[in-house]
Design a protein. Structure first.
Length: 244
């Protein structure tokens, strides 16, 4: 494994082979929450930030919006192109969005596509870029993990067989419990490869402060894709914010 950032290494062919079909119903539910709360997005442009293999793009399109997908991973974008029809796809870094100012009515960040960078200042840069490309009164939906739940329920190790591969996942908290790191070892036919994931663990108040600092006002917090209240053991932390 090279010494590049973990997300450049991991979100490639091995990731796609291990997780070929992420939960489509979950993706549809996440989009449905956004459109129920912001119905005026019908007919308007929405940027899906870190769109991955595109499982949210088709529901966004089916819901009447005009989506654009952005991701850094070429293999994931190739998969999104196969399944995403004519939805425009762009390869780029979320810290430097290749779009003009105020060109989207909404930006979405689904399924913990935030908190990836070694320097926490980069997370602020992501949100500053989101605000730059949003129209005034445009919306951000930020769908993140529940940091306290992750800390309280962390499973140190598991091992399973997936399509002829042995997959060993080891998890730990680092940097004074502010980051969760996962080591993924994949063994097949005598060959072993190792990848890593790491996500900064922002609790809801920290996440909201970052969003507010970037020039957006948080309107609502949810704890799941059905729009349930955010409580300590909620599976997700979902913020809906509006650009000031």
């Amino acid at each position: 494994m090279s010494e590049g950032p973990w997300y450049r290494e991991w979100f490639g062919e091995e990731y796609l082979e291990l997780y070929p079909h992420r939960d489509e119903e979950e993706g549809e539910a996440a989009v449905a929450l956004l459109l129920a709360r912001v119905p005026e997005l019908v007919g308007r442009s929405v940027l899906d930030l870190a769109c991955g293999a595109g499982r949210h793009l088709l529901p966004l399109q089916a819901g009447g919006t005009t989506p654009v997908g952005l991701d850094l991973s070429l293999p994931l974008l190739v998969r999104a192109r196969r399944h995403g029809g004519a939805v425009p796809l762009v390869r780029g870094d979320m810290r430097r969005l290749p779009f003009r100012d105020e060109c989207f009515f909404a930006v979405t960040s689904f399924f913990t596509s935030f908190g990836y960078f070694a320097d926490p200042a980069d997370d602020g840069r992501v949100l500053a870029e989101v605000r730059r490309v949003l129209r005034d009164e445009g919306h951000l939906l930020l769908d993140f993990l529940n940091a306290d739940r992750v800390r309280n329920t962390l499973s140190p190790r598991d091992e399973e067989e997936i399509d002829g591969r042995t997959v060993i996942q080891e998890r730990r908290l680092i940097e004074d419990d502010s980051v969760v790191e996962k080591r993924i070892q994949i063994r097949k036919a005598g060959v072993s490869r190792v990848f890593r994931e790491r996500v900064r663990l922002y609790v809801p108040d920290e996440l909201e402060a970052l969003v507010e600092r970037a020039g957006l006002s948080v309107l609502e917090r949810f704890g799941d894709y059905s729009g349930g209240l955010l409580v300590p053991d909620s599976p997700r932390v979902i913020l809906l914010a509006r650009a000031r």
